[in-house]
Design a protein around this ligand. Structure first.
Ligand code: PBG
Length: 338
């Protein structure tokens, strides 16, 4: 085809690709992918023990919310056309085991009582905001290893409490082996067979989670093996692990799979979304999101346009949904009110 075009005797400029770029109208018609605000999920942080909401450093327009401000924020988000959320509960006290999930469950109940089916509520399942050491699970007695089995017991307990409180979807982000299967069977046994599971199946051990860890008060505090999350999150140089854990999570019953972070891992998203035919979410994580705004603040790029460009890349790469801190601005930005 390309050969023929090049050889056409009738065309003086057979290679012109610019005809399709000459106006907004033709560019709109020729677009292969589109981003819509209804593909986006907005993260929310509900924080116990603070008296007023606090801005999250680096994430413009995102707050650590009190129970009251949380409901006000959701109300204004709904008015702005945001209807899908990913909730993170941050407890006031941190422990090493016997975690108390009541605060998060209360927030879910309050949100659902107030807004009901108007909104889709996914809830993150992880222990890093609950543990005194900031690891995503329970440590062994030597304190040098996150125990898989014991951690899963806590994760499944959280998942059933959140499902019972009204979560539409639970989203395990801990990266323990076998947690999706355990959560699915516990939910099914407790009549929560309609609660979705969105698995952070291809979650990498990334340096781009910085602002989130401030918001969720969840940075790892340990030394040596416990200074980061390398013993459970995927090594950035191991794409095969992302594939293996996504296949496994799909087989264990995950309804939605995820790549996280987004832009530095687009290759993973392209490959996995083609090979594993499930709805794919991508998490535009705090650091990659904030990086755009830092450049925009310096006057070096146009922030909203750059955010839309990143979202277009995600959809082009195969995502059907995007978790982004900019969801609440999307309608405005997409309508060209930049
Ligand atoms: C919990 C978790 C993390 C994020 C969501 N859930 C990261 C982490 O600290 O490992 C990151 C989200 C972001 O950076 O926006 N384990």
């Amino acid at each position: 085809m390309a050969q023929n075009l090049m050889k056409s005797p009738h065309s003086t400029n057979p290679l012109s690709l610019r005809r399709l770029r000459q106006s907004q109208t033709i560019r709109d018609l020729a677009r292969e992918v589109r981003v819509s605000h209804d593909q986006l999920l907005q993260p929310l942080f509900a924080v116990d023990g603070i008296s007023a909401r606090e801005p999250v450093p680096g994430l413009m327009g995102v707050f650590r919310e009190t129970p009251e401000s949380l409901l006000r924020q959701i109300e204004s988000d709904l008015e702005m056309g945001v209807q899908k959320f990913l909730l993170f509960g941050v407890p006031a006290t941190k422990v090493r085991q016997d975690f108390n999930f009541d605060f998060t469950a209360h927030q879910i109940r309050a949100i659902k009582q107030r807004f009901g089916k108007d909104l889709f509520l996914a809830v993150d399942i992880c222990l890093c905001s609950f543990t005194s050491h900031g690891q995503c699970g329970i440590l062994n007695s030597e304190g040098d290893h996150v125990e898989n089995g014991k951690t899963i017991e806590e994760l499944t307990r959280a998942a059933s409490m959140y499902a019972e409180a009204g979560a539409d979807c639970v989203a395990p982000s801990d990266m323990m082996d076998g947690r999706v299967g355990a959560i699915r069977s516990t939910l099914d046994q407790n009549q929560f067979d309609r609660t979705l599971i969105m698995s952070y199946s291809a979650k990498f051990n990334s340096k781009f989670y910085g602002p989130f860890r401030v918001a969720a008060n969840s940075a790892p505090q340990g030394a040596s093996l416990l200074k980061d999350r390398a013993t459970y999150q995927i090594d950035p140089a191991r794409p095969t692990d992302a594939w293996a854990s996504s296949i496994r999570d799909a087989e264990e019953g995950a309804d939605i799979l995820m790549v996280k972070p987004g832009l530095p891992y687009l290759d993973i998203l392209v490959r996995l979304s083609q090979e594993i035919r499930k709805p794919w979410a991508v998490y535009e994580v705090s650091g990659e999101f904030a990086a755009i705004d830092v450049l925009a603040e310096k006057g070096l790029i146009l922030g909203p346009e750059a955010h839309l460009e990143a979202w277009t890349a995600f959809i082009r790469a195969g995502a059907s949904m995007i978790i982004t801190y900019g969801a609440r601005n999307a309608k405005k930005w997409l309508q060209g009110v930049l």
